[in-house]
Design a protein. Sequence first.
Length: 256
Amino acid sequence: MELAIGTEIRYTSAAGTRNAIIENIKIGPTAKPGFMNTWITLRIPVQKGVKFSNYANGLYNAIDLYPKVINWGIESYKWMLITLPVEKINYLTATKSQYSGVCLGNLAPGRATEFIGKIFFFQNQNHAKIIVLHFIHGLFQLAVTVILGIIALIFFSQNQTTNMQWLFVISEFIGIAALLLLLTCAFKIKEILNWFSKKISQNKNMKNFDYDLKREIILQVFAFSFFRYLVFFLQFLILLKMFKIDSFGINIITSV
């Protein structure tokens, strides 16, 4: 094909196949005699349909807002469940604790300060235990993400070159290690809670606290964590639809 300024071409990238127009062509010599370098400047037209009307914008924002409410509603219920053996709080208090943690969590990278906002809604003598439960609570959601991530990696790696296999193996190893950490915390939670409470408490003679994660609570928290992941997935698909990303291939799905 003869290339000239104004010629429309099609090219393929990670985002899919797109149209572009040649805007400029520059040819220059190379260090090797008899060879020339060619630089082509492409102008990519704005994809039709990306600009929304006010009505469409409002509709998509409203649709995307509902999963957010469901998302944090599920998280609040999980928080109420896992803290129940330490201190009984109602769903409204759990929601306030959750949102307070989200607000303060933005003060540090990785939401490291989130637990500070959460403990305000519990009695002072339970703060140490609530801090430990906050991190264990996060491990349940991480476990679901890791499990689905490992499945996606296995599925995604089938189409990759041999040179990339080591990256998938390392990622899967890290995922399995995270799952083992969760299992350790779940079975040793009573020892962890008592050890940490005595470390930061002024009362060194405090009695041991009997806390066991019952099977019913573990199953419920895992189930709600999985459902919350599905909400994340739905939000991502809504955003893809908003920006008119039509290539819902296996790479897009597994990347979620």
